[in-house]
Ligand binder design. Structure first.
Ligand code: SF4
Length: 367
């Protein structure tokens, strides 16, 4: 698995942000010059790379500097680690801005915690150092619990760096009329709001997210986002409790929220509560694709884009495979031995690293 944390040593006490530059050139695409955040590679030994930073020498252990060139790190000296906030050679960079959440979804991959540390200033600094044209994910927990901080970051970063894009995952419980001005002022093409909707029935949706009234509140938020011209990616994890209802959900989406940019039907991740509840939740689409096919046909016939996220391609009928992009992040994507001879491996999402192959899709076989 690609490491998201690096082992480091430095004398500086407070956490700080740096961008790594190898010994050949500075990364100058952003500012055209070296910034106070830039660290320059000075020496490489058998197990460490030494960088000169504004905060003194920084040793990074057990990495190849050519693979971390351009990375933006959050260095935590007393824990002797650095988080790779931005990996320059990846499309999958996400800021986890909080672990707090006001829902308790049955399949949550990141079960919420009570504590919160405000890292927004560090995330903002990292975003500003990001390579030209990248998309940055923002996730939680529920990011909108810190709406002022989030909107402030988006406004400042997108003003300074209009080339960047943000993909923000939110439970859609916190948009209100007072946000309309801030939302309207944000550039529509630069932000995609990823929002879960699990059923057309409020009782089913509320039960899945563990919050009474969540479905109704979500509809209010979607209306506000629509009025402000915000781009929405509606996300539905397919599970045993909602799979049969997908065609009804498709009809609901077509008639109530046809303004969305895309509807993503997603496969379940076996981690967090998703692992605890796997036997009751996992829906094997390789055995029964009919409700998914019917739902996708319905929305697409009405001009709504539909996609399949996190589906192994061989579990999807041929005619729907072009709608299943490689969505599992590179650092947590894995392919078992059976995938070796597969002609579609480079296009396939494969599996989450922690996928249980003994309780899995029946229909996995090389294409
Ligand atoms: S065999 Fe593996 S690589 Fe090929 S489509 Fe299936 S999951 Fe993907």
């Amino acid at each position: 698995m690609i490491p998201l944390r690096l082992k480091i040593a430095t004398q500086r006490g407070e956490p700080f942000i740096v961008r790594l530059n190898d010994d050949r050139h500075f990364l100058d695409a952003t500012y055209g010059r070296m910034t106070a955040f830039d660290a320059q590679l000075e020496d490489v030994t058998a197990n460490a790379a030494l960088y000169a930073t504004n905060h003194g020498p920084l040793h990074i252990y057990d990495t190849d500097p050519t693979e971390t060139h351009g990375d933006v790190l959050f260095v935590v000296p007393d824990r002797k680690i650095a988080h790779r906030f931005i990996r320059a050679n990846s499309r999958h960079n996400t800021f986890l801005v909080t672990e707090r959440c006001d829902q308790l979804c049955v399949m949550c991959s990141q079960p919420p915690k009570e504590n919160h540390t405000d890292m927004f200033p560090h995330f903002e600094a990292a975003a500003l150092l990001t390579e030209t044209g990248k998309t940055i994910g923002i996730s939680g927990g529920e990011p909108l619990l810190y709406k002022d901080e989030l909107f402030g970051l988006l406004e400042r970063v997108l003003t300074a760096r209009p080339d960047l894009r943000f993909h923000i995952l939110t439970n859609g419980q916190h948009f209100c009329e007072e946000d309309a001005g801030a939302l309207s002022a944000l550039p529509r093409d630069s932000i995609l709001w990823g929002i879960p909707l699990y059923s057309h029935k409020s009782a089913t949706h509320d039960e899945i997210v563990g919050k009474q009234g969540a479905h109704g509140r979500l509809m209010q938020s979607l209306a506000i986002l629509a009025r402000t011209g915000s781009a929405i990616e509606l996300r539905t994890v397919v599970m045993q409790p909602n799979a049969a209802q997908l065609p009804s959900l498709a009809r609901f989406i077509s008639s109530h929220v046809p303004f969305i940019s895309v509807w993503a039907i997603m496969q379940l991740e076996n981690i967090g509560y998703g692992r605890q509840n796997w036997d009751q939740l996992f829906f094997d689409n390789s055995v029964d694709f009919a409700p998914i096919a019917s739902a996708m046909n319905l929305v697409r016939a009405r001009g709504i884009e539909a996609r399949l996220y996190n589906f192994p391609l061989c579990t999807v009928p041929f005619e729907y495979r072009e709608l299943a992009p490689q969505t599992i992040s590179d650092w947590k994507r894995a392919y078992p031995d059976i995938c070796e001879p597969c002609s579609m491996k480079t296009e396939c999402s494969g599996f989450f690293e922690w996928h249980p192959h003994n309780k899995s899709y029946e229909g996995v076989r090389p294409i």
